[in-house]
Design a protein around this ligand. Sequence first.
Ligand code: PEP
Ligand code: MG
Length: 757
Amino acid sequence: MPVSAAASAREILVRLHDVMASRNPAQSKLNQVVQIIGEAIGSEVCSIYLLREGVLELFATRGLAEEAVHVTKLALGEGLVGTIAEDVEVLNLDEAASHPDFAYKPETGEDRFHSFAGVPIIRRERAVGVLAVQHSEPRKYADVEIEALQTVAMVLSELIANAGLIDAAGAAGARPQMTASIRLSGQKLVEGMGSGFAVFHQPRIVIEHTVAEDIDAERRRVYAAFDKMREQIDRMAREAEFGVAGEHVEVIETYKMFAYDEGWARRINEAIDSGLTAEAAIERVQQRTRQRMRQIDDPLLADRMHDLEDLSNRLLRIVSGQMGTAAQMGLRQDTILIARNLGPAELLEYDRRRLKGVILEEGSLTAHVIIVARAMGLPVLGRVRDVRRQIADGDHLLLDVNEGSVLVRPTLAMEEAFDAKLSLRQKRRAAFAALRDVPPVTKDGHRITLMVNAGLRDDAAALDTTGADGIGLFRTEFQFLVSATLPQRERQQRLYRDVMEAAGDRPVVFRTIDIGGDKALPYLNVEAGDEENPAMGWRALRLALEREGLMKAQARALLEAGAGRTLHVMFPMVSEAWEFDEAKALFEAQRVWLNGRGRRLPLEIRYGAMLEVPALAEQLDLILPNVDFLSIGTNDLTQFLFAADRANPKLAERYDWLSPSILRFLRRVVEPAREAGVRVGVCGEMGGRPLEAMALIGLGFDRLSITPAAVGPVKAMIRSLDRAGIAQEMARLLAKPVRDMRGALGAWAATNGVELA
Ligand code: PEP
Ligand code: MG
């Protein structure tokens, strides 16, 4: 036996290379392959079993009876060969017959042989066959021998795929967990249902060539790829602090650890030494790691494995030059997009018409990518674990975020049940749509103003489909997020004018850009690049007031777009009253300037502030006399009130919007505002949930700006609600809160016939 795995594998690979390059038929190539391997590692038997029509068939052998070729067949899980394929695991036995899965096949004449080693032939993480060696002498094979077999199996997988010896459907059969229907659960980030096919945001690289022509060249390719990957990770680490990447600092720290791990780089180099191409070497090392990790049942390590898997894919993309995301590759119809996490701009790169839903391994309810997805009407299921191992590219998926789950590879019966539910949901939506023209009035006659949140040009259409009273929050930064460069004033103006025109008489509240936190712009945030805590950093109005040019351009765009109308302007993240005064003064100065040049101007400008930083609640007496309206941004307010990062998935479910702290805080704001005659509403995601909206109305709010999809359900809730009743219940609950406020409010709604979709 050769002394090292690399030397042994290399010798075989050099010979295999010639076989593969020849024009012989596939069967004759396989016959040569078993001879070469058998000779090279001095084994009495070397056999190749391939999966055909879901069954493992002996395709070539040296040492077993020739008559058994294409005759001996094993089902998945049957015998040692079937077990190897099913588990995608190696078996190394000194006495094959004593293994519980051993199945004797008399036609092979294998009873003379005692020791047995078999490795799966893997393609796209699934076993498509088995390479096995046998000896008459009972002995365990050395690790180096197993290594050599695995390397050879990798090359074989290329050969048999190119020869068309395996069918894709058969390959899928090799791993029951990848063929059986399964249900994965996750967190409901954007409710809805969708049926489609799995597409990974970062597609898996298919390795075309496994045997190296020039080992030094392959080594250089890997060095260069490592350098590039390290550069990328270092940049991500810098940007993560400002949230650009949408990834978590913790994850990036782990990436960094692996990226600089000499052991990993060394193992890849060793695999190249054994004769593999750079791509095949990276994948070979990854296969080995996967295999080791499967034997360790530790969730923490599994997470780290996941990170290494990501990084290994990144390295593969770099080395193979296949860098694009699925957005650049032409999506099929009915795509369900799968990603670890996405930034808002990354999601906006996709063609909305082809997307049916999104599955994220991370994600949290108020992260901006979720707000964008909601605006796009895309259901999103978050925090789904271990997706890559459970879902394969192209798998049929039934996404039911209302249930918090996704069905992978559904059966016909599941599809039928899903379709029935979908049509029921469509009927319910149709019922909500029928509420379009009925006003949101409570049972005791209070008219609630229901507006929608928007940010994209097409969102204005939601006004007509929902019958909402206007746009209560237009997130102007979305235009900045989807642009590669700063949108010039004319472009801004065109967007604002189009939106106002689409809205007609209904008001549109334009919020000036709220950049920062998880909405960082690479072309704007250079100065803020090293912030430790961007959500609390130089963002929104803080940035805009100091970058006067930016704010002035936006002011002029809004003032000119609003010519002849009432313009509503709202400032984000106002933390002290003077910030509002300064922002308003800046707008007013622009108005005077434009007026001086004879430009047509808005008939009236109404200025409002967002209350989303708790400090502002202590300055209500200072700000209320100067504002025309207040709008409470509960997304940010909650993160600041609880000191809980809104984008951190670990905190995603920790605090409830119905907690007494939030509800009492909101009451503390709504009461003085009403006394001062200032309109106050809620524009965070909270208001779009019927139970939360009920609580808000109970606190005295009568203006909500919510996601368009929520207008129907919230309107139905309002029309079944007695406002005086809920006001009394809220007063009672807030005087003496119970731990489970959600439960208590739900129970009240049920006994009082409040319709909660
Ligand atoms: C909020 O913070 O509640 C809000 C509406 O603004 P955004 O989600 O855009 O930060
Ligand atoms: Mg906010």
